[in-house]
Design a protein around this ligand. Structure first.
Ligand SMILES: Cc1ncc(COP(=O)(O)O)c(C=O)c1O
Length: 456
């Protein structure tokens, strides 16, 4: 099979043939919403109903065809319904769907493949069906490893929606409200370096990574009972707006954790498995974490996730009753194995690095040309454009973010909103032609919004 398999169905996109959302989308959403609650903001802002996906193309129920800049939600990273992955799932759907956590030939192959692509001795694995459960299991593992119970995570990180996972994140954000008095006991939040909005700066105005690390030292002494199990962090903040830390942050945090006997728990659910041009996003900084979680791209849309710890902590997984009903079922393993094979066979990491550099170059130019683009950021295909009211004050421009999202969707770009930071997560198979096509739509939409707000 050619690695250009997705180009056939991409011909002619975007193709918008009705007003959008179209009449059938509206009808389905109205009927669905009689019963469905808890819908995410991206659907509320653009209530379309989808029927089909192939490669980088999404088709709605009215026959409108969209260029995909979302990969579901960082999930279908190798393209919708990649033939190799769909066939692998179908094979096991017809053969053996579930046998709890008994070994299977496909699990054996997946595990052997995983430990080859993961760095260091991250080779002790358990599987789950969503990112939150993997994070939750990682937290339980971290507690068991050192018999410590406190956790430190960072402002604007996101790790899932269970009690422990929400306790590692901002609890009230946008339309999310967390009822109850507080986060779980023993969970703390600290700032992490955002190069565009540094909290701690050197005299020359550049971000001061050492000051953050020094702050962590003070914070642990003053706020915790000195029983910290782990720092739980995203390597780059996905929901937070594609924010990457300065290059020296994770090497310095690794050393700090080693000095203090604290584990480094790297949540790669969103940024891992090729999205930034490396198997793990953390590989960019040559740092090997103690615990990682994988999800989203890991099964290209099939619900399969993993929690992995270093070999020296392997026995801990036996102590925490780590398995689950669906984790590691044969279909899930087949999806994850085929996804890793596709990344290798189609030289996806190389594509992400090359086209990712193209994205950034073009986005830098957009920043220079547009008064409301304060910052552009990202690595590989984890990208963001930060909208501000004024480049000097950097005041976030939330209203513009919402409008640009809707306008671009109407022009045929299926993507993800995030307040004032426009998030992009295109399928990793995409080439420069379609990268430019998506950015053209976004730039046109930004220009229209600027005009509406009287900027040009
Ligand atoms: C970094 C990170 N961790 C964990 C999760 C939770 O994953 P899931 O939605 O599969 O439970 C997410 C979801 O967006 C995420 O971005």
């Amino acid at each position: 099979m050619s690695k250009d398999w997705w180009k056939e169905t991409a011909k002619g996109i975007p193709q918008i043939i009705t007003e959008t959302p179209g009449p059938e989308s509206k009808r389905i959403n109205e009927r669905t919403n009689r019963y469905m609650r808890g819908i995410s903001s991206q659907v509320k802002l653009f209530p379309v109903a989808f029927e089909e996906g192939s490669g980088i193309t999404l088709t709605d129920v009215d026959g409108n065809r969209y260029l995909d800049f979302s990969s579901g939600i960082y999930v279908t990273s190798l393209g919708h319904c990649h033939p190799k992955i769909s066939e692998a799932i179908a094979k096991w759907a017809n053969k053996l769907m579930n046998c709890h956590d008994f070994a299977t030939p496909v699990k054996e192959k997946l595990l052997e493949k995983m430990v080859k692509v993961l760095p260091g001795n991250l080779n002790s694995v358990q599987f789950y069906s969503d990112g939150t459960s993997a994070v939750e299991a990682g937290i339980r593992a971290a507690r068991a490893i050192g018999n410590h119970h406190e956790f430190i995570s960072c402002f604007r990180d996101f790790h899932g929606k269970s009690m422990a996972a929400v306790s590692c994140a901002q609890m009230v954000r946008g339309d999310v409200y967390s009822y109850g008095p507080t986060r779980a006991t023993g969970f703390y939040m600290v700032p992490r370096p955002d190069p565009y909005r540094p909290l701690f700066k050197k005299e020359d105005g550049t971000i001061d990574t050492d000051a953050y690390i020094n702050f962590y030292e003070d914070f642990i002494r003053e706020s915790t009972v000195g029983n910290v199990a782990a720092f739980v962090l995203e390597p780059a903040q996905g929901w937070g707006g594609s924010i990457f830390p300065p290059e020296d942050f994770f090497p310095k945090l690794r050393k700090f954790c080693d000095d203090k006997g604290i584990l480094l728990f790297d949540d790669e659910v969103l940024a891992g498995m090729g999205r930034t041009g490396e198997w793990l996003c953390m590989n960019h900084w040559d740092v090997v974490p103690d615990i990682i979680t994988l999800g989203k791209s890991f099964g290209n849309g099939f619900p399969v996730t993993a929690m992995v710890v270093k070999e020296e902590y392997a026995e801990v997984l036996d102590k925490i009753s780590a398995s689950s009903s669906y984790g590691g079922n044969p279909m899930a393993c087949a999806a994850a194995l085929a996804s890793i094979e596709v990344i290798e066979e189609e030289q996806i990491l190389e594509n992400v690095r090359r086209v990712g550099a193209h994205f950034m170059k073009r986005m830098e130019k957009m920043k220079a040309d547009h008064p409301i683009i304060g910052d552009v950021k990202g690595k590989g295909f984890l990208l963001g454009i930060e909208l501000v009211k004024d480049k000097a004050t950097k005041e976030p421009f939330e209203e513009a973010g919402k409008l640009v999202y809707q306008k671009a969707f109407r022009k045929g770009l299926a993507w993800i909103p995030a307040g004032h930071i426009l998030r992009m997560s295109p399928p990793l198979i995409m080439d420069e032609k379609y990268a430019d096509m998506g950015l053209d739509i976004i730039e046109e939409s930004i220009a229209e919004v600027e005009k509406e707000f009287g900027y040009k």
